[in-house]
Design a protein around this ligand. Structure first.
Ligand SMILES: [Zn+2]
Length: 357
């Protein structure tokens, strides 16, 4: 088995960890229904026809320790035993927290392994809870173990994988992943996210990496309500050339689908056409640059109905297929002013990149 095959990794059990909020609050949306309903949609839509299906295996605490401090790993374990309470901002414990987290991590590790071993060109792990906000020692934002970061570290332990690019397109800044690799010259972190220029926060484009890692952290902070066109420009002008010049052996994708216009948590304005475009861009980069392949791990995406078509779009892109027509694609007003403001931001990101090299 080799070539352009796609492996698709799912949770053997959805994992009963859920955030204990009865009201429609951000935490209430991170439930097993996310992966269950997305999988149901993908199967019925034929989006998984021809892919190699695999079950995630339970990872171990030692796997998590490849990236996280013993304190964080112990805290997740102890809080899971206690069965309730909170570990950090928007990160709550439940009796199933540890088991759910280890299966999510196991799914990411399997996806990475599929590509590194040559069994598949691309792999997608439909897992939860997400991971990209978890830093070395802190859980946060619904995340406990940084699934993508741990899978990248594992991949880098293989002889032929020396450099990895991570693209994070979740609505929110992948702060955990950026922190973990901030001084690491072998990992390039690119994050496209919503940013508030009136009330500054982390995720600014001036965060470029430190020491040997200088120049390897690239933040693309776009304005709220950014449309498909802005994402297109970010990919064409920044992400594609940056990955091309970094020359990675492997591409990892933190696949967050909360920039969808119908998402209850994110505030961007895209649909499955953008997620197809990102999949197609990664597929083209992999073919053009001779990269081993790409592995994708689910991050955000909280609209239970649009998560399926969003992932469907990405899979069609990864197959190299033309843009699919999916039910979530509705015409929305394009704000020309917003696009031109984002183009100015993209210019500033490019200037910052050239200064940091
Ligand atoms: Zn998010």
């Amino acid at each position: 088995m080799s070539g352009d095959e796609i492996s698709f990794v799912t949770l053997p059990q959805s994992g009963d960890h859920r955030q204990p909020f009865p009201k429609p609050h951000i935490e209430a949306f991170e439930t097993p229904l996310r992966t269950d309903m997305a999988l149901d949609y993908l199967e019925k839509a034929g989006a998984l026809d021809g892919v190699d299906r695999l079950d995630a295996m339970e990872a171990t605490l030692e796997d998590a320790l490849h990236v996280h401090s013993a304190y964080l790993v112990d805290a997740v374990s102890i809080m899971s035993d206690l069965g309730s309470g909170f570990l950090g901002e928007a990160s709550y414990a439940s009796p199933d927290l540890l088991l759910s987290s280890l299966f999510a991590l196991g799914g990411a590790l399997e996806a990475s392994k599929q590509v590194v071993s040559g069994d598949a060109r691309h792999a997608f792990a439909l897992v939860r809870p997400p991971g990209h906000h978890a830093s070395t020692s802190n859980p946060g934002g619904l995340c406990y173990f940084n699934n993508v970061a741990i899978a990248v570290k594992q991949a880098l332990s293989k002889k032929h994988i020396n450099r990895v690019s991570i693209l994070d397109f979740d609505n929110h800044f992948g702060n955990g992943t950026a922190e973990i690799f901030y001084t690491d010259a072998s990992v390039q972190c690119l994050s496209i996210h919503e940013y508030n220029y009136e009330s500054f926060g982390i995720g600014h484009y001036e965060e470029v990496g430190h020491g040997e890692g200088r120049g390897t952290n690239i933040n693309i902070p776009l304005l709220e309500s950014s449309h498909d066109d802005s994402y297109n420009s970010a990919m064409e002008n920044i992400v594609k050339p940056a990955i091309q010049s970094f020359e990675p052996d492997l591409i990892a994708v933190s696949a967050g689908y909360d920039p969808h216009f119908a998402d209850p948590v994110g505030n961007m304005d895209v649909d499955s056409r953008t997620f197809w475009m990102i999949g197609k861009s990664i597929q083209e980069l992999v073919s053009k640059l001779g990269v081993k392949g790409s592995f994708w791990v689910l991050e955000g995406g909280y609209n239970l109905f649009t998560l399926g078509p969003s992932i469907h779009g990405s899979l069609e892109g990864l197959r190299g297929n033309s843009k699919p027509s999916l039910w979530d694609q509705v015409d929305r007003h394009v704000h020309e002013e917003l696009l031109s403001d984002n183009l100015e931001i993209i210019e500033k990101v490019l200037e910052t990149i050239s200064r940091s090299l």
